[in-house]
Design a protein around this ligand. Sequence first.
Ligand SMILES: *Cc1c(COP(=O)(O)O)cnc(C)c1O
Ligand SMILES: [Zn+2]
Length: 549
Amino acid sequence: MATMPDKHIDLQCVHCGHITPFIKPVPACPKCGENILRAKYDLKALRDSGWIDKVLTREPGMWRYHELLPLYNTDNIVSLGEGSTPLLHAKNLGMMLGLKNLYIKDERQGPTASFKDRQASVAISVMREQGVKEAVVASTGNVAIAYSAFAARAGIKMWSFLTSMVPGEKMREAAIYGGEVIKVTGTYDQAKIVASSFAESRGLFLDKGIKSVAAVESMKTMAFEIAQQLGWKAPDWFIQAVSGGMGPIGVAKGFEELLELGLIDKSPSIGIVQSAGCAPMVRAFKNGQRVATPVENPQTIIATLSTGNPGRAYELLYDIIGQHGGSMEDATDEEAFNATRIIAQTEGLSVEPATAVAFAGLIKLARRGIIKPNEVVVINCSGHTFPVETQILGDQYARQVDVSGLNQKVSLPEEGLLAALENMEHRIRRIVVIEDNEAAGRLIMRILQAKGKYEVHLATGGAEGVVLVERMKPDLVITDLMMPDIDGFKVIDAIKSDDRLRSIPVIVLTAKELTISERERLNGQISGLLQKGSFMDEDLLQSIVDALS
Ligand SMILES: *Cc1c(COP(=O)(O)O)cnc(C)c1O
Ligand SMILES: [Zn+2]
């Protein structure tokens, strides 16, 4: 009963239109190589069978729409009670903005408090159906949290690669579910590259976000619920803060399917809001371009929205807006933080910064008259309700203020981990490890010696380390920063000021977040930065070393 023998799903290439049956996740169109494929269902058969009446007798939750999700056997569903979130009529904020029909789709009320729960539930269920035991994903935070939670439930091992911009609270939240969390020093786009080469070298399943069928399909369930909550009507607008664009692409597809099913009579306009420091889509849209120029170095502290290169997703959104209407807007971090207070104080909702960006954009679209007073507007509201004030007024905010005062870009070597380990593979034979915590030092030695190729020398203090480096002239130095006698900064100064030692690459191991001035001191001096503690254990490092060999 649980299997659906009649169910047939095709995948259609968004570029050339080629159709293949969906048997297992395929990385790209076999004909043209395009990697975004659209799932197609037999909507006519569903329409003729009175499908929606059946749906409405089922338990709430997004899986009530399972016929339109890319899973063949409902026994494979991995659920934490996601979906069926409330649609709140925002009367106070609406009054402020002159919008009588403003609604908030409150995705905060999902199991891990963002709309990524929908994506995780579908993606992990599909993985289970495909027999995947271990998977890799790159994330700006919320995907890693949601995937790790659902994967824990399914007994699937998750490797989440997060950009180092992600706040520590989110990293810890992802880590608590028992998956591996790898912090990549660099941008999200770089984290994606590291994740994909890791997956490839280990032969692991790589979840590709927007480019994965499960992710886009899961977002349709938001559209289904919204239409039902509005009495089988589409809103005039669907507004969301966008990074990669998966949300609105999936939501728009959901409304299009409802149209084909005859349940609504139009699709909503789409309002896309990006963080001003990382707004490649908005910039291209305002210039009337169908292809976006990537932003290489996102300048926003809102890591959730830091996709610098939107690729084909932008073209899809551009076409959706061309067809159904819509607009794109940006909002600065400061505008977002102001919006956070406004939403909290008018509607009693504590939202995360990424969602605040959506609200800041909504405020602009309303004030400019792009959204009309009588239009029905739905805004996607996600966000962890971890203390808002630490996100807004805490370290992150202070850090941003510091940066602007410095007036100078700090560029630590990016992808330090990957680059350093690759170097090791190719030429490094002799390594000096400087680490005052002997247990940690021995752990690093063991990891490296397990490879059998390295001659590793351990110094348990900075002064001893400098002497050892001078004597050994190693191929690589790995040093701790905080040491009682001579600290890592001074060790690096000593190495870099000596003509005979200057060319030796140095990798820094640190347990603490670096301050701006500490980063400045390391700038240009080191080849990599490894975070110790909860995100680095023997298993992890060993796996990566294995992966790259
Ligand atoms: C992932 C995320 C976004 C961006 O979503 P995309 O549709 O992938 O661009 C925005 N806001 C929140 C809260 C998110 O978790
Ligand atoms: Zn194709």
